[in-house]
Ligand binder design. Structure first.
Ligand code: MSP
Length: 676
């Protein structure tokens, strides 16, 4: 048998400088859906993801936490792998840039480029953004600060991050030498960068204004791959990172069979802010190494929040664990792939998230399955009738819709248009629901006319055939529901080649389950929107100031009798007995055998950690969101034991409509400060 065609797809490798959020998860889930789709298309797929573990940002982060960079990245990589497991990511390999084979290969690549004269030693003077791990000339800065004499003292990168002045000996890569070659390559490969608008952006904003040689080493910090011949230099983190796409396949190692087999990559999927690295530096580097270029670099937009980009400092981050634990994995995978239009930004709102589950999944798809299984049980004793063409006047249109949807879906999935591919699938969902309304099986079933009974049987078959197709089409995106749909229809959940997706293949005698259960239960929209909003806790300074103002106002009006309270008035002395303190949450764990309890370790300025137990576990499906938050505790409660664990105080929390949330205070408050 001939070898299967190969398909190599990669995610960017993630900085382990913080917990990954639903934005980062989008890139990985999108690549996973593509990898699963290509497997259904019969390809031999290699799907790579991993972590980008070197650089100043990581070195500084570890220092902040009082640990070593290695211990820090080891810990973070475990968490990231665990997340991909939770999200059912089917990657072939996970590369870490601290892997020994990768570091050795990077050194060889660097040496090779130095030997060929593409890398030379010089001195770099300019600006560097640690957050972006990127160099800038003064003219590239979005904002520049001056001192009284007009000298430039600092500034901001286009990303908004602060830059710092650097002047150091550095190796340079001769990017400028390859600018014309690259333009020519773009011309000959118009689909190299997708969407095409990004290619124009690269040409007009970066290549035409003149490509400068790139500083590819640093001497002022240690956490990176050392240049073999000159170990005071570490390789620039982006050079180290980009090469992961080939070192993971064994390039630069003894065993390079995967490289020979899978390179060049079919798709590098990247977010819009890193297109430049992947479509200018990376192709030039590969060309200088004498290697072919990836076939496509596909750029996606950002998943934004209403107030802009997701960021910890804005306090608007949503973590995938929170949504998966509460709504299931398929809900998140569907939402992300549907909500991000091809090549553009998408906006996350709790309302839209809940609507997509309720309307698309629970109503449209879930109900189609429920109604079909219930009707087959009621009208056909649970057995799916066999396929016959042209029995009702609506059959052909449904069959044609299915055939068109399969064709369009394949085309859209092949070009990574996930949201459009899902819209296409939902055309078949809608057409099937409409088919029920048109054929009115409940009327047909009551009729004693043989022709009507044949029609009723045909309707049941067509609905089951439609659902079978839907389950298979959804397999790359949803990893759980398709098996459940097929299971309720009495069919095996085996993967099926997309060539077999047509009507008339359900075996005679197939029996549906006696009673189907909803695969996507309907959500109480109000309650769930409130829940998701509560997870997006705000801690930024502006909000902190607003809260202070509000508190001041409350004090000023405290004598006014109409203020509402559910408790008896007390004298100020009673309040004085309570010692309230600011504390920082260091860790949170569940308490074994007590579903409701969470165990907090806090820094309340006592010199050692304080342990407090609180019965709020049900309001925090992912309690780790609380780590790092500053809260207020009652510090002078008598210690007490609960479930064998000591509790040394109480956390203040707020209750509204039965939902409890810990009261957070601005991060600028010092641990142990008294609250009065
Ligand atoms: N380490 C580099 C990539 C090196 S690849 C050789 C990096 N890492 S990252 O962790 O900052 O970003 C990884 C990916 O996550 C990027 O493609 C980025 O666009 C994506 N996203 C980060 N936030 C995102 C959203 N809010 N929405 C969608 N994708 C987002 O860059």
């Amino acid at each position: 048998m001939a070898d299967k065609p190969t398909y190599y797809i990669t995610t960017p490798i993630y900085y382990p400088s913080g917990k990954l959020h639903i934005g980062n998860s989008y890139t990985t889930i999108a690549c996973d859906a593509e990898a699963r789709f290509q497997r259904l298309e019969g390809k031999d797929v290699f799907f790579l993801t991993g972590t980008d573990e070197h650089g100043l940002k990581i070195e500084q982060k570890a220092e902040e936490l009082g640990t070593t960079p290695q211990a820090y990245v080891d810990d973070m990589a475990v968490g990231i792998k665990k997340l991909w497991k939770l999200l059912d990511i089917s990657n072939t390999k996970f590369i870490r840039t601290t892997d020994d084979y990768h570091e050795k290969a990077v050194q060889k690549i660097f040496q090779k480029l130095e030997d060929s004269g593409d890398i030379y030693l010089g001195e770099y003077e300019g600006w560097y953004s640690v957050s972006d791990e990127e160099y800038f000339t003064e003219t590239q800065l979005a904002e520049v600060y001056h001192d009284a004499d007009g000298n430039v003292t600092g500034g901001k990168a286009p990303s908004g991050h602060e830059v710092q002045k650097v002047k150091e000996e550095s190796y340079f890569f001769k990017m400028s030498k390859y600018a014309d070659w690259l333009l020519q390559y773009y011309k000959e490969h118009p689909d190299f960068i997708e969407p095409a608008s990004r290619m124009n952006e690269m040409i007009n904003n970066f290549i035409k204004p003149g490509l400068e040689d790139l500083a590819v080493s640093r001497t002022t910090f240690n956490w990176g791959v050392k240049v073999k011949n000159n170990p005071k230099h570490v390789v620039y983190v982006w050079i180290d990172a980009l090469t992961n796409y080939i070192t993971a396949l064994g390039y630069g190692s003894d065993d390079h069979r995967n490289f020979d087999k899978y390179w060049p990559a079919d798709v590098h999927m990247v977010g819009k802010e890193i297109v430049r690295f992947h479509t200018i530096y990376w192709p030039i580097l590969l060309h200088a190494l004498g290697l072919p270029l990836p076939k496509h670099v596909v750029a996606h937009g950002w998943l934004l929040m209403k107030d802009g980009k997701m960021s910890k400092s804005k306090g608007n981050v949503i973590y995938p664990e929170t949504l998966v634990n509460r709504y299931g994995l398929d809900a998140l995978r569907y939402y992300l792939l549907k909500a991000m239009p091809y090549g553009n930004d998408g906006v996350f709102t709790p309302e839209d998230f809940v609507d997509k589950i309720n309307y698309d999944l629970a109503n449209d798809l879930g109900n189609l399955l429920n109604r079909t299984v219930a009707m087959i049980n009621k009208y056909e004793d649970g057995v799916i009738p066999t396929f016959k063409p042209g029995v009702t006047e609506f059959d052909e249109d449904l069959e044609n819709t299915a055939a068109t949807v399969v064709t369009n879906y394949r085309e859209l999935m092949n070009s990574l248009h996930f949201s459009d591919a899902l819209s296409e699938v939902w055309k078949l969902v809608s057409r099937s629901n409409k088919y029920i309304d048109e054929t009115q099986p409940w009327v047909l079933a009551k009729s004693t006319d043989e022709a009507d009974q044949a029609k009723s049987a045909s309707v049941m078959n067509h609905l089951a055939e439609s659902l079978r197709l839907l389950a298979h089409l959804l397999q790359p995106v949803l990893t759980q529901a398709p098996g459940k749909i097929l299971g309720q229809l009495g069919l095996s959940a085996q993967t099926v080649s997309l060539d077999e997706l047509h009507f008339g293949t359900i075996p005679a005698g197939t029996k549906v389950v006696a009673k189907g259960t909803p695969i996507f239960p309907r959500l109480d929209a109000k309650e769930e929107v409130a829940f998701i909003k509560a997870q997006m806790t705000k801690t930024d300074k502006k909000k902190g100031r607003a809260a202070m103002e509000a508190a001041k106002k409350a004090v000023q009006t405290a004598d006014e009798p109409e203020l509402k309270s559910t408790k008896k008035p007390i004298r100020i002395e009673a309040f004085d007995k309570i010692e309230l303190k600011v504390a920082e949450i260091k860790s949170v764990d569940h308490v074994k055998g007590a579903d409701k309890l969470l165990k907090f370790k806090l820094d309340a300025g006592d010199g050692s950690d304080r342990q407090i137990l609180s019965g709020i576990a049900e309001y925090y499906p992912d309690p780790s969101v609380l780590v790092g938050k500053k809260v207020v505790i009652v510090a002078n409660l008598k210690p007490r034991k609960m479930r064998g664990e000591i509790s040394q105080g109480m956390l203040l929390s707020a209750e509204h409509d039965g939902h409890i949330q810990v009261v957070e205070v601005p991060n600028s408050l010092v641990n142990g400060s008294g609250v009065e």
